[in-house]
Ligand binder design. Structure first.
Ligand code: UDP
Length: 481
């Protein structure tokens, strides 16, 4: 028996961390893995072969984790053909199909085989699984291993997904008609905030049997089956919504913003990027040569895709604003574009004068740079938190999933920027960029600085996220006895 064995009780816990195979999920869960390593935990980080191959190419990630001998990667197939695109919304649909048919049996097999037993480490004593992988709870229950969920989205987006049954009962879902400005009254704590257009993009369905909608709704409702819930947020940001969540899941560890913990907690290196793509660091030298707060940084994250027409509207708007820009254009960003040819020649001309374009940026470093004055973002949750920590105001142009909720909270509740959702017009882009960088600059910078300070306090010694992380670490030790 484990408890009678003094060697077993003295050796540290062995945590298996399992994210959904997408940049935003891997990013924040890898950050938690590093923090657990700093507490001398043994950590096995389970990722798809595809993600692992991409991480292998990122020397900074590997170098960082080489410092932790008790850390190891394990791989599992995601069941998706190698040649398939891993961007856009079709990727999630493909993934949903393979979760039960391919990934669940492989995950179970991992525990039945000896693959997770290493000489110097105890068997897995706790699982931290992505909060949309409920099959992991089935397997954990079968194996008698405690499981904690990590949901990588904001508390407000999580709560909206959790309240889908109320949205259906009140008739807010499915969408009937096209008026997206109808107020939503059926989500407790959000009565004065939401319109239909602010619900997660997956809720924009006329048919409730829609696969992604069903997946996110049923997965979210299963959260209370896990022992606890980890959220990458902080109490001063989302306290009121967290109190609603805690009625259903009393044990919520708010430990964010995770990427900012590393500095005070003395990680082995200060660079904490977990990028799956090669970062173009030349843009940092270009930023060094720009005046303070003069540059708008533009990025739509790792998954979102836009049309060539939308890219052109953004380009005209940004160029007409006359502001300097640093723009991330991923090779697969433009759905109907193709290669470098997707960058309009006029953009390349404006780029010579006052812009810089990269395929992938060291985003955390970019946002921390004194030359950055604003962020035109797709409102992914990691990007939102990174902008909050850096005190950079945002223009939000949400594309998919939870991003519609995040942008509403940024604009309406936290007053950290402007929500441009559902429009993509060059005149509006131009006006918003000018508002962000000039007209409304002082009020937005003031509230962005205030929130950045609160984020810093949360992860600082005795702050709410700092204490919750310590509580999580102690609780995992207790679960592992
Ligand atoms: N990111 C980056 N370089 C880029 C664009 C994005 O390192 O050029 C990182 C960004 O810092 C963030 C992540 O990619 O941590 C994107 O996650 P997010 O949740 O914002 O959006 P998603 O990609 O999941 O839609």
């Amino acid at each position: 028996m484990e408890m009678d064995d003094p060697v077993q009780t003295l050796t540290p816990p062995h945590v298996l961390i399992f994210p959904l195979p997408a940049q935003g999920h891997v990013n924040s869960m890898l950050k938690l893995a590093e923090l657990l390593c700093l507490s001398d935990f043994h950590v096995t980080f389970l990722v798809s072969d595809h993600i692992h191959n991409r991480l292998l190419r990122q020397t900074n990630v590997h170098k960082r984790f080489e410092h932790y001998p008790q850390f190891r990667f394990e791989t599992i197939s995601d069941g998706i053909p190698t040649e398939s695109s891993r961007s856009g919304t079709d990727f999630l649909t493909e993934l949903i199909d393979s979760l039960r048919t391919v990934i669940k049996p492989l995950f179970r097999e991992l525990f039945c085989s000896n693959r997770l037993s290493y000489e110097s480490t105890r068997p897995v004593t706790c699982i931290i699984a992505d909060g949309v992988l409920s099959f992991t709870i089935d397997v954990a229950e079968e194996m008698g291993i405690p499981i904690v969920y990590f949901r990588t989205i904001s508390a407000c987006a999580f709560w909206a997904y959790f309240c889908i049954p109320q949205l259906i009962e009140s008739g807010d879902l499915p969408f009937k008609g096209i008026d997206l400005d109808v107020p939503i009254q059926s989500i407790p704590g959000m009565e004065d905030v939401l319109r239909r257009r602010d619900l997660p993009a997956n809720c924009r369905v006329s048919d409730l049997s829609n696969k992604k909608f069903q997946f996110l709704s049923t997965e979210t409702r299963q959260t209370p089956r896990a022992r606890a819930l980890i959220l990458n947020t902080f109490e001063d940001l989302e306290g009121p919504i967290l109190s609603h969540i805690r009625i259903h899941m009393p044990n919520v560890y708010t430990i964010g913003p995770l990427h900012a913990h590393n500095k005070p907690r003395k990680a082995v290196t200060s660079a904490s990027s977990n990028s799956l793509l090669e970062e173009d660091h030349n843009c940092m030298m270009w930023l060094d040569a720009q005046p303070s707060q003069s540059v708008i940084y533009i990025s739509f994250g790792s998954l979102a895709m836009i049309t060539r027409t939308q890219l052109m509207e953004f380009w005209h708007g940004v160029v007409k604003s006359g502001k300097r820009f640093l723009w991330v254009i991923r090779p697969d960003l433009v759905s109907d574009g193709g290669g470098v040819g997707q960058i309009p020649i006029e953009l390349l001309e404006a780029k010579m004068e006052r812009g810089y374009v990269v395929e992938w940026a060291p985003q955390e470093e970019v946002l921390d740079h004194q030359a950055i004055g604003g962020f035109l973002t797709h409102s992914g949750w990691n990007s939102t938190l990174e902008s909050i920590v850096a005190g950079v105001p945002m223009i939000c142009w949400p594309c998919i999933a939870d991003q519609q909720m995040n942008s509403r909270y940024v604009g309406e509740v936290w007053k950290l920027g402007m929500d441009m959702k559902d429009t993509c017009d060059r005149d509006i882009v131009e006006k918003m960029v000018k508002d962000l960088m000039d007209v409304k600059k002082s009020e937005l910078v003031q509230s962005a600085n205030r929130m950045a300070e609160l984020a810093g306090k949360a992860i600082g010694k005795c702050g709410s996220s700092y204490c919750n992380l310590d509580r999580l670490i102690e609780d995992i030790k207790l679960m592992s006895v």
